[in-house]
Design a protein around this ligand. Structure first.
Ligand code: TYD
Length: 136
């Protein structure tokens, strides 16, 4: 299961006086099966994470707390997405250069992926990314 375009996906939300609740079901709200979850937190002001692409891996990023920006490059143009609510997230297909920046204080980003961690999935050089994307 895959789609080619990044997209903001709204998640279910149950608003409740006792506190709100949202959830994600793999294959229903996001277009892949979840193999791994990781999170980024305690990011010092002005720091960036990412700065790479994945050759096959797909991800979904939610700002569970605070906010951050995800900057995606498709080989031709760059698009910046601001994530600041826990009831929506950004789906990122394979082969997008991605950088995470503009983290707020106490930002907590949850990232769901469709593969386990494998260093050989990473394309860490931007020129290699552009060449690979051109040939794709
Ligand atoms: P990395 O994805 O390179 O972070 P960033 O792109 O933000 O710089 O991850 C940093 C290190 O963390 C990586 O070298 C290995 C480890 N890591 C895991 O062991 N498992 C994981 O699921 C992730 C995401 C990272």
């Amino acid at each position: 299961m895959t789609t080619d375009a990044p997209k903001i996906i709204e998640l279910p939300k149950f608003l409740d006086d006792r506190g709100n609740l949202s959830f994600i079901e793999a294959g229903r709200h996001i277009p892949f099966k979840i193999e791994r979850a990781y999170w980024i937190y305690d990011v010092p002001g002005g720091e960036k994470r990412g700065g790479h692409a994945y050759s096959h891996l797909q991800e979904f990023i939610v700002a569970l707390s605070g906010s951050l920006d995800v900057v995606l490059h498709d080989g031709e143009k760059e698009t910046r997405y601001h994530l600041n609510r826990s009831y929506y997230g950004l789906y990122i297909p394979k082969m997008f250069w991605r950088e995470l920046d503009n983290f707020s204080t106490n930002s907590l980003a949850l990232i769901l992926a469709d593969e386990k961690y494998k260093e050989d999935e990473y394309i860490r050089d931007f020129d290699t990314f552009l060449k690979t994307r051109d040939g794709a």
